[in-house]
Design a protein around this ligand. Structure first.
Ligand SMILES: C[S@@+](CC[C@H](N)C(=O)[O-])C[C@H]1O[C@@H](n2cnc3c(N)ncnc32)[C@H](O)[C@@H]1O
Length: 348
C-alpha cells in the first residue's frame, strides 16, 4: 500500500453506470414512512427517490445510523443500542399519522447460508415488525427478506408469525424480485411482503414488473442489464456478466472485507477477472494493492455500485462495516421499483 508492493496493473476506473438513472426522482406523493431495521439505507433511498416522505429510521448499529445522517442530514434517525433498538419503542403515538412502514428484519435466521433456526434464533425480529404495524396501523407496509423465507422450510413460520396477525387487517402479497431485472448488475433474489389495509387500494396495486433482462439472454423488448466490467468502467475482455450475490454483511468471519457468498461466486468473479476479497476503502488504495492473480481489486464505491447505490453514498465506519451495510441492504433500485408500485396504487 505504501508503494513497496508490485507496480499497479490497472488504471483508476471510471464507472459507466449511475444507479440514480434507475431511480429518477418522483415528485412528493404525500405518503410518509417509518423505516425499521434501516441499515445503511437501501430501502430508505428507494422510497425517498420514489417520492415518499421520510418520517423516521430505527437501526441498532451506530455506524449505519451515521451513514443515514451523513446521506440525509434532515432525516430523523434513531440509532444505537438504546435509541435505535426497535424493541424499546412504543409505536402507538404514530397511529393515524403514518402512511407506510417498511423494513427488512435481519435475514440470518432464515438465510440458506446460516443454520435456518427461524423463530428459535434470538435475531428473529419479525415479531417486532408485526408489533409496529399493529400498533401504528399504517395504510400499507412493505417488508423484505431473503428468498428462503418464502420456501417450504418456513411456510408455517410465515403463516403464524406474519400472515395470521397481519392478515386480519391487511391484504398481503409476497413477491420474489431479482435485482438484475431492475437494472442492478447482480444476481440477488429477495422476497417482499406487500400489505394494504384498504381492499380497493390492494386491488389497484400491480407487483413491480421486470425492467431489464440479463446480459446475453433472449431479446424480450427489455434493455439488457449492464455487466460488471462495463458498469465499473473496466477494459473489454470480450465477455461480461452480472455479479454473483454479494454476501450479506456483518454475519460471517469477523471483520471480513470479502463480498464472496459461495464457491460458484468465486468462479464467476474469476471469469470476470475481478478480485472479490480484501475490498479496499477507495479506488486509489485498490489500485495500489495489487491482487495476487492480477485481477481487478474492488473498492467500497465499486461494491456500492454493484449493489445499486450511488458510488458516493457516504457509508460510515471501517471498511468491513461499510461492506457489511452494502451486503445487508435492499438494492436501492429494487426498493425504488417496490416503492413506486405502492405509490401508483394510491394515486389511481
Ligand atoms: C437486513 S438489514 C436491513 C437493511 C436495510 N433494509 C437496507 O435496505 O439497507 C437488517 C438490519 O436490522 C438491524 N437490527 C437488528 N436488530 C435490530 C433491532 N433490535 N433494532 C433495530 N435494528 C435492528 C441490523 O443491525 C441490520 O442493519
Amino acid at each position: 500500500m505504501a508503494g513497496r508492493g508490485p507496480e499497479p496493473l490497472h488504471e483508476i476506473n471510471s464507472p459507466r453506470y449511475d444507479p440514480l438513472d434507475l431511480m429518477p426522482q418522483l415528485p412528493a406523493n404525500g405518503l410518509n414512512t417509518l423505516s425499521l431495521f434501516s441499515g445503511g439505507g437501501g430501502l430508505d433511498l428507494g422510497f425517498d427517490r420514489a417520492g415518499f416522505t421520510h418520517e423516521g429510521s430505527w437501526e441498532l448499529l451506530p455506524f449505519a445510523g451515521d451513514t443515514l445522517r451523513a446521506a440525509r442530514p434532515e432525516w430523523n434517525v434513531h440509532s444505537g443500542l438504546e435509541d435505535g433498538d426497535v424493541r424499546n419503542k412504543d409505536w402507538r403515538p404514530f397511529r393515524g399519522n403514518v402512511a407506510l412502514i417498511h423494513g427488512g428484519p435481519p435475514c440470518q435466521p432464515f438465510s440458506s447460508a446460516g443454520k435456518q433456526r427461524g423463530a428459535a434464533d434470538p435475531r428473529d425480529m419479525w415479531p417486532e415488525f408485526v408489533r409496529a404495524v399493529l400498533e401504528v396501523k399504517p395504510e400499507a407496509f412493505l417488508a423484505e427478506n431473503v428468498a428462503a423465507l418464502a420456501s417450504n422450510t418456513f411456510k408455517d413460520y410465515v403463516q403464524q408469525t406474519i400472515l395470521e396477525p397481519l392478515g386480519r387487517h391487511y391484504t398481503i402479497t409476497p413477491v420474489i424480485l431479482q435485482a438484475h431485472e431492475h437494472g442492478v448488475p447482480q444476481m440477488r433474489r429477495r422476497v417482499f411482503f406487500f400489505g394494504f389495509r384498504n381492499k380497493k387500494v390492494a386491488g389497484r396495486w400491480d407487483a413491480p414488473r421486470p425492467r431489464f433482462r440479463k446480459p446475453g439472454s433472449k431479446a424480450n423488448g427489455l434493455p439488457e442489464t449492464i455487466g460488471v466490467r462495463n458498469a465499473l468502467g473496466l477494459s473489454d475482455l470480450g465477455f461480461d456478466d452480472i455479479s454473483p450475490t454479494i454476501r450479506s454483511g456483518l454475519s460471517g468471519p469477523r471483520h471480513t472485507t470479502s463480498i464472496l457468498s459461495s464457491v460458484s461466486a468465486q468462479r464467476r468473479f474469476a471469469a470476470l477477472e475481478v478480485w472479490p476479497n480484501g475490498v479496499a476503502a477507495n479506488r486509489d488504495a485498490a489500485r495500489a494493492f495489487v491482487a495476487k492473480n492480477g485481477h481487478f481489486r474492488l473498492s467500497v464505491p465499486d461494491v456500492a455500485l454493484l449493489q445499486g447505490f450511488p458510488e458516493d453514498w457516504p457509508f460510515q465506519g471501517a471498511v468491513y462495516m461499510q461492506i457489511g451495510q452494502i451486503g445487508n441492504s435492499v438494492a436501492p433500485p429494487v426498493g425504488y421499483s417496490v416503492a413506486a408500485s405502492i405509490a401508483e396504487a394510491f394515486s389511481r
